[in-house]
Design a protein around this ligand. Structure first.
Ligand code: AMP
Ligand code: MG
Length: 480
């Protein structure tokens, strides 16, 4: 039931709780001692029709910590499963509470979820909590992705809890308020199959169609169409990641949405030097989720979705498999066409040409050979700047540039595609350590200001700089 709370603008419904009970556990956030808002997203609050001034108050801190229940909310932890690094596991929100769905004045339905808000029946050995650094990191990187025009969950607020969490050492605790089109994951479908109960899978699929793909409701083969649409949205999404040098870091099937939004900013990072093998995550020792592996992994995950949907695709198993395969084999060409289209824009090419792909890959090969900075190379080309780096001195690059210039690239187009600033690891770390170690949030605010207009030259020009070449190899950590 919708309830209007005019003071704050919440308009919460709880449609997910109408799914069979097996899909969630009713559980309330565990109250925290001294919640204090340390990051608040005014722009997002306004976009959602919320009263941002009223929310950025002590009462807002009570909502965003789970100390006070949102009007109309029925907190749950969602159940799901997932393939983690290739192995199937039963999972669920172990430290997150879905408060409900907020209906925006312009008719959108978005999940409001707290992350780090206490234990649930799915916590296993975890404490249900999150540390301040990783929650601020999700806030910064999800905002960066949004500003780059990439589909993503958003971050509305981070509150410090006033309580410690214990990891390798004692750290300040925090809770993130995440806003998403939904939290339905490939792993939610794997969970529905594992339940092996009557119509549960179909119920979930119908709910997903209603929520994300209402246009296919009346189609002859809605479940096949669902699969095809998710394949296309994910092919698009991963192409956007590659175009900006983003590495998700933990593309398990429980971290892949049916909506096509980027979700779960754990060990993710932006690449500095271009190399297809780049990995930052400390737990990804095999490089399964390396930069250049992401399209292949997306296809692998989508194959798990296709398998889950088989019972709905056709009564005849052979026919169902044939339909699923027919859909999955399109991933490669969909990905490539989205990616080439994006690269063409990055290179300012207005007309398609059969030489586009070789032109793109020969540039990337040269960048890899010279360990050129990914972001700054494209930006330098956009600005027609001669960089002093070794790439620009290479005779093969000079030839490449002649061939490229003969295609009359449009620099105004390039400047809207090639960011000047990305969330570079050394800058993110600097902002986080100021906030976490010294309680100084100004470094993060300055960084966020630049990241919110990534295609403009930042006031602090050094934010564009790659890390010093003697910087130690950066590592990111998961599940913290
Ligand atoms: P992730 O790798 O962040 O996608 O998390 C994988 C699973 O571990 C999810 O089901 C999380 O809810 C759970 N999890 C991660 N950290 C904690 C924690 N501190 N306490 C309980 N569960 C957690
Ligand atoms: Mg996850």
């Amino acid at each position: 039931m919708a309830k209007q709370e005019s003071k704050y603008g919440w308009n919460i419904e709880t449609s997910y709780t109408q799914l069979p009970d097996a899909f969630y556990a009713r559980v309330k956030p565990t109250a925290v001692r001294a919640p204090k808002i340390v990051a608040f997203n005014h722009e997002l609050a306004k976009n959602l029709g919320l009263n941002s001034d009223a929310l950025e108050s002590n009462e807002g801190a009570n909502f965003f910590s789970g100390n006070e229940t949102l009007p109309g909310s029925e907190p749950i932890a969602q159940a799901y499963a997932g393939h983690q690094f290739g192995y199937f596991t039963m999972l669920g929100d172990g430290r997150a509470h879905l408060l409900g769905e907020h209906l925006t004045p312009d008719g959108r339905r978005v999940d409001i979820q707290l992350k780090g808000s206490g234990p649930t029946p799915f916590s296993r050995r975890g404490d249900g909590r999150a540390a301040l650094g990783p929650m601020l990191r999700e806030y910064i990187i999800s905002e960066t992705m949004h500003a780059l025009g990439i589909p993503t969950t958003r971050s509305l607020a981070v509150v410090a809890t006033g309580e410690p969490v214990y990891r390798e050492k004692e750290l300040p605790g925090a809770i993130l308020t995440r806003v998403a089109q939904s939290h339905i994951r490939v792993g939610t479908f794997e969970f529905a199959v594992a339940l092996n109960k009557g119509e549960h899978l179909r119920t979930l699929a119908d709910y997903t169609i209603l929520r994300h793909y209402p246009e296919i409701q009346g189609s002859d083969e809605p479940y096949l169409d669902l699969l095809k649409r998710v394949i296309d949205r994910q092919a698009f999404l991963v192409s956007r990641w590659l175009l900006v040098g983003f590495i998700h870091g933990v593309m398990n099937t429980d971290n892949m949405t049916l909506s096509g939004e980027t979700i779960d900013y754990g060990p993710c990072a932006f690449m500095d030097r271009y190399s297809r093998a780049t990995v930052f995550s400390s737990i990804d020792r095999q490089g399964r989720y390396a930069y250049g592996n992401q399209p292949g992994i997306a296809e692998w995950n989508l194959t798990r979705l296709a398998e889950s949907l088989l019972p709905l695709l056709d009564e005849n198993e052979e026919k169902a498999i044939a339909k699923a395969e027919e859909a999955i084999v399109t991933f490669g060409s969909l990905f490539e066409s989205h990616w080439v289209e994006g690269m063409r824009s990055k290179l300012g090419l207005q007309d398609k040409d059969k030489g586009d792909l070789p032109l793109i890959t020969s540039l990337l090969d040269l960048m890899e050979k010279h360990q050129a900075d990914y972001t700054n190379t494209f930006r330098a080309l956009s600005l027609n700047e001669e960089s002093s780096g070794p790439l620009f001195q290479d005779a093969s690059f000079v030839d490449w540039k002649k061939a490229w210039l003969s295609r009359s690239p449009v620099r105004t187009l390039m400047l809207m595609q090639n960011p000047a600033v990305i969330a570079r690891n050394h800058r993110v770390e600097e902002a986080l350590s100021a906030a976490v170690d010294r309680g100084d949030f100004s470094v993060m605010e300055h960084l966020l200001t630049a990241l919110r207009s990534p295609f403009d030259e930042p006031a602090n020009l050094t934010l564009r700089d790659a890390p010093p070449s003697n910087a130690a190899d950066y590592q990111t950590f998961c599940g913290t």
